[in-house]
Design a protein. Structure first.
Length: 325
C-alpha cells in the first residue's frame, strides 16, 4: 500500500481469516476501515484516492459527493476537465446498445429511461420504447423509429401532433426566416390565429396596377370534388389549372415525379430506404435509385385573393358606368 504515492506503508490488522482482512487500521490519514471482505472495502472514509501521478490526486470524495478532476464536488458525481472536448465516453461492444440509464423512485428498471448511441446518431427511450432519434445528419425523428425526412419529422399515429402553448394572450408563436430575413409568422391574438407572409412595401419594387382581371378570373375553374382518401366533398381548384392563371399560387409541376432510392454506408449496410437523393452525403455513403413516387402539387388559395379583388373592382367600375348612362 502506498501513502500519497511516495512511500510504502504496512497494513496492520487484528486477524486475517480465509483471505479476509478484518479490523484493519491503515496508518494513513487518507484511508481507514474496519473490514475488507471478498475484495470489497466497507465502512471506510477517504480524503482522496491517489492516481499515482505527479500532479497528485484526481478522484475526491467528501463522504456524500465524488469528484473527478475537482477537489470540492458539489453534486453526487461531479466531473471536471479543463482541456479535453470529450469529458467521458460510454462505449458498448454491441451495436445500438451503448446507453446511459436514468432512474427515480418510480422507475421500474434501468432499461426504461435511457439515452444511447445508434451508429453516429442518438436515440432517446422512455418506458423502454424509443421516442426520439437524432441521426448522423442532425435530422430529428419524433414518435417513430425510422429516419427523419427533413430536419424535424413528427409522427403522431392518430394523436394530436403538436401543441404550441404560448403563455401570453398576444404575440408571435412561430417565425419563419429565409437567409436571415423574416418571411412569415404565425401569431395569436385573444382566441384567433393569423398566418402571415411578408408584405412590407419596403421589400417591393416596380409596383404596377392590375388589369384585365375579369378575363383572367373567367379562366379559373372552381369545382366540387371528393378526396380519394376519405370521400369527403369540398369546393376548390385543380392545381395545374389554377397554375396557368395565377402561377404564384401553385407549387410543383403537373404529373411531377420524384426519384427515390436506398442509401448505404461504406460497408454496404442500408441506412435509409425510399429516400430522395440527398444533396450531401457522408464519406462512403451511396444513394442508388430504386423507383419513383408522385410529387403532388399544392395550392395556396390565399394567393387568388388579389385577382378576385381586382376583378370585383373592374366589375363594380363597369356597373357604375352603366348606372350613370
Amino acid at each position: 500500500m502506498y501513502n500519497n504515492g511516495n512511500s510504502s506503508k504496512n497494513v496492520t490488522g487484528s486477524s486475517v481469516v480465509d483471505g479476509t482482512l478484518e479490523n484493519a487500521d491503515y496508518a494513513d490519514d487518507g484511508l481507514s476501515g474496519d473490514k475488507i471482505d471478498g475484495g470489497i472495502i466497507s465502512n471506510f472514509q477517504s480524503t482522496g484516492i491517489d492516481d499515482r501521478l505527479a500532479t497528485g490526486k484526481s478522484i475526491y470524495t467528501n463522504g456524500t459527493e465524488v469528484g473527478i478532476g475537482i477537489s470540492v464536488p458539489d453534486r453526487v458525481f461531479h466531473v471536471k476537465e479543463a482541456t479535453a472536448e470529450v469529458i467521458a465516453v460510454f462505449e458498448s461492444s454491441s451495436t445500438g446498445s451503448g446507453r446511459i440509464a436514468f432512474k427515480d423512485s418510480n422507475t421500474t428498471n434501468d432499461t426504461k429511461v435511457t439515452i444511447g448511441a445508434i451508429g453516429d446518431g442518438m436515440k432517446f427511450n422512455t418506458s423502454g420504447t424509443e421516442r426520439m432519434r437524432i441521426d448522423s445528419s442532425g435530422n430529428i425523428a419524433v414518435g417513430f423509429t425510422g429516419t427523419a425526412e427533413g430536419k424535424f419529422h413528427i409522427k403522431a399515429d392518430g394523436d394530436e401532433t403538436m401543441l404550441l402553448d404560448r403563455t401570453g394572450t398576444d404575440g408571435t408563436t412561430i417565425r419563419f426566416r429565409n437567409d436571415g430575413l423574416t418571411c412569415g409568422t404565425v401569431t395569436i391574438s385573444g382566441s384567433t390565429t393569423a398566418y402571415n407572409t411578408s408584405s412590407d412595401y419596403r421589400l417591393k419594387e416596380n409596383i404596377q396596377p392590375m388589369s384585365g382581371s375579369i378575363d383572367r378570373l373567367k379562366n379559373l375553374n372552381p369545382v366540387n370534388f371528393a378526396w380519394k382518401i376519405n370521400g369527403s366533398r369540398v369546393d376548390g381548384f385543380l392545381a395545374h389549372e389554377a397554375q396557368s392563371v395565377v402561377p404564384e399560387a401553385v407549387q410543383g409541376t403537373k404529373d411531377g415525379m420524384t426519384d427515390i432510392g436506398t442509401i448505404t454506408d461504406v460497408d454496404g449496410v442500408t441506412i435509409k430506404e425510399n429516400a430522395e437523393q440527398p444533396t450531401e452525403m457522408e464519406e462512403g455513403q451511396v444513394w442508388a435509385k430504386t423507383g419513383e413516387v408522385a410529387d403532388y402539387q399544392g395550392i395556396d388559395q390565399s394567393k387568388l385573393v388579389p385577382l378576385l379583388v381586382s376583378a370585383l373592382q373592374e366589375a363594380i367600375s363597369r356597373i357604375e358606368t352603366l348606372e350613370n348612362v
